[in-house]
Design a protein around this ligand. Structure first.
Ligand code: UGA
Length: 432
């Protein structure tokens, strides 16, 4: 099939490369010419394991191409995917739809033959209606349809998530569109993925409901971890035992810092905002947002307490600063709250991350990037394992730090505490 992906950010680039790998002709479009030129040379703008190889292979075999000529890409394609960003608006919590709606306008000017427009961007329920309205101003409804196909890709695991999805959700009441989209996804359906055809609005809501529910699970376990710390119980045991109940499920029950990234914080805010517009109170999701904000404050206090509230000139080392492992993404990472806070309190901070230096900290006093783990740890009063990179799972801290007495705060519970605890090393985990 002939597809184009409008927007080569995370969703568009990963999905485009994966669709081409399934044998489709895919054109990835972006208005950023520099990005397009780099992609043509095999330079990938994001860190995603396996993506570079996938892009290069399919580009070489001419199934994947890159352009900034959006009109030509739409004309050449039967299915047009909208994959642009929907960030939180600056002045309120709603999703900024300006990019989606301006793409809809451009599409409306370029439809001359049958096309299926598929929205993959995360959009509030009823956005598909708006897109359809914009296009139908210029184009006869008989030659186009607008469907919703939310993505459930996790950063760092996106290629695997694309190829082995738990479910594929297609929101359309148009029989032809449903048939074509089902056949597009048939290689994944035949490997066992469930295909769900629902209304367009239903599909839009499924995406937000899923992210909000996962955020709820995380906040739930994070709050329980607080109780574990007070009662000397282990949150890991609780998560495992709870998760074995199939009605609950074991995934997304790992306690840690406040959840972050480009999706959960943004999408929980947006669904509450949408519900407000429809005069519906999503009190549970509101509490989750609050709970996550409180968690950030709670961990700042916990770090201060470990340092006995004497922060000035204390050397703090952060191992990992991204919002989770296997990504270079810093968006809403809890480290972006912690490092500035302790820098302002007079601490000396070094950080190491496998994805390198971060601009986010460049304006803060006494914050240094270390190019390796030893350099980051040496001399530290407190080593914080902030992100669960494999690189940090079996470190010998005594060898890495020449300081006699120091603490390790393992915010992801990746270390076996009994192995770390030594006379001179104080170990702190989450909910343990
Ligand atoms: C999330 C969803 O998992 C994807 O299904 C969805 O497609 C994506 O958002 C999106 O809407 O585009 P992602 O933001 O890449 O994916 O990251 P997650 O792996 O879900 O992690 C989000 C946050 O939750 C991270 O801060 C992570 O550390 C935290 N988390 C996750 C926990 O604290 N505990 C867990 O058990 C799992």
């Amino acid at each position: 099939m002939k597809l184009c992906m409008i927007g080569t950010g995370y969703v568009g680039l990963v999905s485009g490369a994966c669709f081409s790998d399934l044998g489709n002709d895919v054109i990835c479009v972006d208005k950023d010419i520099d990005k397009i030129n780099k992609l043509k040379k095999g330079i990938i703008p994001i860190y995603e394991p396996g993506l570079e190889e996938l892009v290069k292979r399919n580009y070489k075999s001419n199934r994947l191409s890159f352009t900034s000529n959006i009109s030509e890409a739409i004309t050449k394609s039967n299915i047009v995917f909208i994959c642009v960003g929907t960030p939180t608006k600056k002045n309120n919590n709603s999703a900024d739809l300006s990019q989606v709606l301006s793409v809809a306008k451009i599409i409306s000017k370029n439809i001359k033959s049958q096309k299926i427009i598929v929205n993959k961007s995360t959009v509030p329920v009823t956005t598909g209606d708006k897109v359809e309205k914009i296009i139908s101003k210029k184009v006869n409804k008989k030659i186009f349809s607008v469907a919703s196909n939310p993505e459930f890709l996790r950063e760092g695991e996106a290629i695997n998530d694309f190829n082995y999805p738990d479910r594929i959700v297609i929101g359309t009441s148009n029989k032809r569109a449903n048939k074509i989209l089902k056949s597009l996804y048939s290689p994944l359906i035949s490997k066992g993925s469930k295909y769900i055809n629902t209304s367009r609005r239903g599909a839009e809501l499924i995406k937000y409901a899923s992210n909000a529910f996962l955020a709820t699970k995380i906040s739930f376990i994070n709050e329980l971890a607080n109780l574990c710390e007070k009662t000397n119980t282990n949150i890991e045991d609780i998560s495992i035992a709870m998760g074995l109940d199939k009605r609950i499920g074991g995934r997304f029950l790992r306690a840690g810092p406040a959840y972050g990234g480009s999706c959960f914080p943004k999408d929980t805010r947006a669904i509450v905002d949408t519900a407000n517009q429809f005069k519906t109170n999503l009190s549970i999701i509101k509490s989750v947002i609050k709970s996550n904000e409180n968690r950030s404050k709670l961990l700042l206090n916990r770090i201060s307490a470990i340092l006995k509230n004497r922060i000035k000139n204390k050397k703090i080392c952060f191992l990992g600063v991204t919002f989770k492992a296997n990504t270079d993404d810093m968006r809403e990472s809890s480290s972006t709250k912690m490092i500035p806070y302790f820098s302002k309190k007079g601490a000396k901070i070094t950080y190491y991350d496998p994805t390198g230096y971060k601009n986010e900290f460049k304006n803060f006093k006494n914050v240094y990037y270390a190019s390796n783990i030893k350099e980051a740890c040496n001399g530290a009063d407190l080593i914080i394992i902030h992100t669960e990179w494999n690189d940090f799972k079996s470190l010998n801290f005594e060898k890495l730090n020449n300081k006699k007495n120091f603490s390790v705060y393992d915010m992801r519970n990746i270390l076996q505490n009994e192995k770390i605890k030594k006379n001179n090393i104080k170990y702190f985990g989450i909910g343990r």
